[in-house]
Design a protein around this ligand. Structure first.
Ligand code: ADP
Length: 494
């Protein structure tokens, strides 16, 4: 009988088996691997000895490998499990195998891993589909893209339509992880969790229904697909079949429709607003006109008998004519803003004296309210005096108009970061928080159907444009029922 050379025999087996074998020291550093390991992963022995095995295991599988190895070291029993290696060309090799623990004669501990490369045998998982010719025909000629993956998310098959949809040929993607191929980066984590959850609990909320999501094309762009996923159990393992179609065109049409509808709605709202505006404007213009007419008639009647009595009526006529021309000027300002023709002409001015003069002028128009100045800082600002006076008149006029029964209005200034901030505070009706920003838009009135307060809803719109043209900002703070503060800032001149 021929004597068996055990060492030679096992060395032969070690080197000639197609299994990937590695020996690791206690710290998981590679001590030795066999030829199949080196040729499959594309390394030379000297490049890997002493390196951690985790340099060669796919990041998605590292933790699993670690945990299993630790369990085997402490408990000794080994199960077959799946893992994945990374080759020197960064390709993924799926493998199935076992780890076992050994003690060397010097009692030092090492682990041995023996793995079968199953990347090729993915075909094995799909052979059922392959052999079922009707299914295969359906798969190939389906009008939808069809993608088949296993529970490790490895793409097992990919039909011609899927090639068209994603730009990848089947041979480019079969064997790769689906999540790394067509799932946009932002959804990958959620997808992984969803899959894990399904494998643990059997609950998959996206299974067997149609969903709309975005996918990643080979060229790098995201696009919308319709996706429905079915799952089948094959030899104790789940296989997922995704039916999908590119709905970019449909989405585009939908978006166009939504945009059109929004435009229509907007023009309808504008049309309604215009009608409303015309009715308010006519009312606003008619009131002073009727008053002018009435006083003119009284003045005419008084002329012959009592010429001295005419003067107060003429003064009234004068006052209402001013009011009327103010309204017409405001309307003209709106058209100038719309046409981009509201221009300002600035000159450096000392703000405190300018403010004091403007306040004094407005105080005459609102005799029932008292404008109290808190602090007026001295500051040089470049302003169009006429236009800025218009802003101050508007803010103080509103403060008085919208605070019936409360007669104090406060003006304050503050210096802040190269700007001066002017504020006007009243203790009036206030503005609801969610309407606060809108008050600066054209024709907007908080209580548009309330006849208590007259107005066209354009004063703040014009003020905002004037302040913007001065390089400043305008804003408001308010508490409904207790009052409002309107602020504007102007950049300081050096
Ligand atoms: P209006 O001529 O209607 O007063 P504005 O453009 O000056 O137009 O103001 C727009 C709207 O903002 C007003 O209709 C009013 O509802 C609200 N508003 C403005 N100032 C105040 C304020 N001080 N207190 C309460 N509401 C205000």
């Amino acid at each position: 009988m021929q004597e068996i050379n055990f060492e030679g025999h096992f060395k032969d087996l070690f080197d000639n088996t197609s299994d990937l074998i590695h020996f690791l020291d206690i710290d998981a550093k590679i001590e030795l691997v066999n030829s199949a390991w080196l040729s499959t992963l594309g390394y030379e022995l000297h490049e890997i000895v002493g390196k951690s095995i985790f340099n060669f295991i796919h990041p998605d599988y590292t933790q699993d490998y670690k945990t299993r190895r630790e369990r085997i070291i402490s408990m000794g029993n080994a199960d077959v499990f799946s893992t994945a290696f990374i080759t020197n060309k960064k390709e993924t090799i799926y493998a199935e195998g076992q780890i076992s623990v050994n003690r060397s004669p010097h009692k030092s501990l090492y682990t041995r891993g023996v793995f079968k490369n199953v990347s090729g045998s993915i075909i094995y998982e799909t052979k059922l589909f392959e052999s079922e010719s009707r299914l295969k025909a359906l798969f190939t000629s389906a009008p939808d893209g069809v993608i088949i993956i296993n529970e490790d998310q490895v793409i097992l098959d990919w039909n011609t339509k899927a090639e068209k949809i994603f730009g990848y040929k089947a041979e480019e993607v079969v064997g790769n992880l689906m999540s790394e191929t067509i799932i946009p980066h932002k959804y990958r984590e959620a997808h992984k969790r969803g899959m894990q959850h399904f494998l643990e609990t059997g609950v998959g909320p996206v299974l067997n229904k149609t969903i709309e999501i975005t996918a990643l094309h080979k060229a790098g762009h995201e696009f919308f697909i319709n996706l429905s996923i079915s799952n089948v159990l094959l030899k104790g393992k789940w296989i997922f079949i995704g039916f999908l179609s590119d709905i970019t065109e449909r989405k585009r049409t939908e978006e166009q429709l939504i945009r059109k509808e929004a435009e229509l709605l907007q023009s309808k709202v504008l049309e309604e607003r215009k009608d409303e505006f015309i009715s308010i404007a006519s009312h606003e213009l008619k009131t002073p006109l009727s008053t002018i007419k009435a006083f003119t008639q009284i003045a005419i009647a008084s002329c012959d008998n009592n010429p001295d009595k005419v003067k107060p009526y003429l003064e009234k006529i004068n006052h209402y004519t001013d009011k009327l021309s103010e309204l017409v000027n405001e309307l003209l300002d709106v058209s100038k803003i719309e046409a981009g023709k509201l221009k300002i002409d600035t000159l450096p001015v000392e703000l405190s004296s300018f403010l004091k003069d403007s306040i004094q002028a407005v105080q005459h128009i609102i005799p029932d309210h008292k404008i109290l100045v808190r602090e007026i800082k001295e500051a040089i600002v470049a302003i169009d005096a006429g236009r800025l006076e218009q802003v101050i008149t508007n803010l103080l006029g509103n403060a008085a108009k919208y605070s019936p029964g409360k007669n104090e209005i406060y003006v304050n200034t503050e210096l802040n970061n190269g700007s001066v901030i002017v504020s006007v505070t009243d203790l009036g009706i206030g503005i609801p928080q969610k309407k606060l920003d809108k008050v600066f838009t054209r024709f907007y009135r908080v209580n548009e159907h309330d006849n208590q307060f007259s107005g066209l809803g354009i004063g703040l719109y014009i003020s905002a444009e004037i302040i913007k043209q001065h390089g400043g900002k305008i804003w408001a703070e308010s508490t409904e029922g207790s009052g409002s503060t309107f602020y504007f800032s102007l950049p300081l001149q050096n």
